[in-house]
Write a protein that binds this ligand. Sequence first.
Ligand code: NAD
Length: 249
Amino acid sequence: MKIELNGKVALVTGGTRGIGRAIVEALANAGAKVAFTYRSSTEEADALVAELKGRGVEAMAHQGDAADSDAANEAVKLVLDTWGSLDILVNNAGITRDGLMLRMNDNDWNSVINTNLKSVFNFCKAAYRPMMKQRAGSVINLSSVVGVMGNPGQTNYAASKAGIIGFSKSLAKELGGRGVTVNVVAPGYVATDMTAALSDAAQEAMLGAVPLGRPATPQDIAGAVVFLASDAARYITGHVLHVDGGLAM
Ligand code: NAD
């Protein structure tokens, strides 16, 4: 079944590479107009916008730190001023600052919580009123298998990703009556720059526990996001969709 998002307006945080980029491309392929945010890689952002426009997709990029509420407000305002609505919000931006807790400092903790969790609050807050007024909208937040199962060396990351799950269920209950769905995608081990930084031993150990026997591609994650953004998922809210090859069962 080909999922159609024709005419829908989407905003994705952290869209220049990895899973975010695959989500931008998949939403565009399904017919959506797509805006994405990026923190510093202007060249990659401009190239992606040009590539999408070259394919006839309405696309734009907004520079800003997702942890900054002003940047989130500006990005949402830009989308509303340009396209008149915001139908799909995907909170994808995320970082890791791994280390055993004994050696984890305040900056490791704060930067991960602010980038991964506060950013979700920032963008959902900015989108709350417009989606409530539209009486429609799909919010999809990227968590992680680590937020469900835990992982040594990732207390900060696990806390941020578990926080996203509780946040999303609460917001799903707040906004359900307004026709807005809020769901979570929890990827397992995905081949991106984020996991390339892991040691070979850590990558092999993770892969050994994946029943499907391979890492996810960013496109595997993007497919689940497009599904949750579509009318096919209109009766699904507050759900955590594990896209992990069976890792977390
Ligand atoms: P990545 O490092 O390849 O890309 C992350 C993106 O987020 C980049 O475009 C980066 O510029 C952007 N970003 C980071 N901090 C930002 C900020 N403050 N403001 C704006 N943008 C910012 O990572 P990825 O693997 O593509 O991960 C995407 C999401 O999926 C993250 O939330 C991550 O936690 C989650 N995830 C990844 C995996 C995996 O195995 N790769 C597994 C589970 C969950």
